[in-house]
Write a new protein. Structure first.
Length: 294
């Protein structure tokens, strides 16, 4: 793991968990912009070195940067994605314990100033920003979806039907109950220390649930949501503050372009995805000058 700088502030309002498996240029740019926008925050990266090596200067891409070692071999839509996230989250809270954590992929990018994000998180409005809904039956009191295209699971009936078929398998012994209803939504979330404490040892506390999701398709869009969505003590905002454009029934969000900039900046999002792996696209340059550094 990379050694942290000695003169970092004691108080850490925010830390980042970044999942990566390819495209070192995208990871490098993301880490450097986080380092600057959030004034050298704690960052833990889980990078799957079996899929892609990183340059030797990678530990110097941010001041307080650690890599999960040994790494977990990950596969898309596989439980290994959840394991990688939880492994990185555990490192973050064993070594830094920030007030808040943000889960990102290497193809994400900030679209709001760090100070504005921290101010909103510290306002006390929520413990968790997570896109989710209960999947076992239609919502009793459906809420209007967020304005714009940046949602996946929240009250999107077409997605709920797909997720219901994906996660509630009638041919298997279901681990769900009235107290642990099946939930799902977009994987990427932001939470505080209370949320982190509920997730870090989740496989040990919910062994039957973890075993069930180990054979499911895309468990990253349901396992954590089921644990957190059923917790009555957590205040949850269903807007995960991520800007994405999902094609209807698409498996991946659309690649963002410069033409999307007005929608991005008009949203309440903290981060957006997905971005091209090219280092200096017009959209990324615009975000640096307008959203991050304004």
């Amino acid at each position: 793991m990379a050694k942290a700088a000695d003169n970092l502030p004691v108080d850490m309002p925010i830390g980042f968990v970044v999942l990566s498996h390819s495209e070192p240029a995208s990871l490098r740019r993301l880490l450097r912009v986080l380092d600057r926008a959030y004034r050298r925050p704690a960052i833990v990266v889980h990078h799957d070195f079996s899929q892609c090596e990183l340059p030797s200067e990678a530990p110097h891409w941010a001041a307080d940067l650690q890599f999960v070692q040994p790494h977990i071999q990950t596969r898309w839509a596989h439980i290994s994605i959840v394991e990688a996230f939880l492994a990185a989250l555990k490192v973050l809270y064993l070594t830094r314990a920030p007030d808040w954590f943000v889960l990102l992929s290497a193809s994400d990018y900030p679209v709001c100033t760090g100070s504005a994000v921290i101010k909103e998180l510290n306002s006390g409005a929520a413990d968790l920003y997570m896109d989710f809904q209960f999947l076992d039956r239609a919502p009793e009191a459906p809420e209007p979806p967020p304005i714009g295209p940046n949602y996946l699971g929240v009250d999107k009936e077409s997605w709920r039907q797909i997720a219901n078929e994906r996660y509630i398998n009638p041919n298997m012994a279901l681990p769900f109950s009235d107290q642990l209803r099946c939930c799902g939504g977009d994987f990427w979330l932001t939470g505080n220390q209370r949320v982190a404490s509920r997730l870090i040892d989740a496989p040990e506390r919910y062994p039957a649930l973890f075993k069930y999701y180990s054979t499911a398709f895309c468990p990253d869009e349901s396992f954590c949501h089921t644990i957190l969505g059923n917790d009555p003590d957590l205040r949850i905002s269903k807007d995960n503050r991520r800007f994405t454009i999902w094609p209807d029934r698409g498996a991946h969000p659309r690649m963002l372009e410069l033409a999307d900039l007005p929608l991005i900046l008009a949203s309440s999002s903290h981060f957006a995805r997905k971005f091209s792996s090219e280092a200096d696209t017009p959209l990324l340059v615009a975000l640096d000058s307008i959203a991050v550094w304004k």
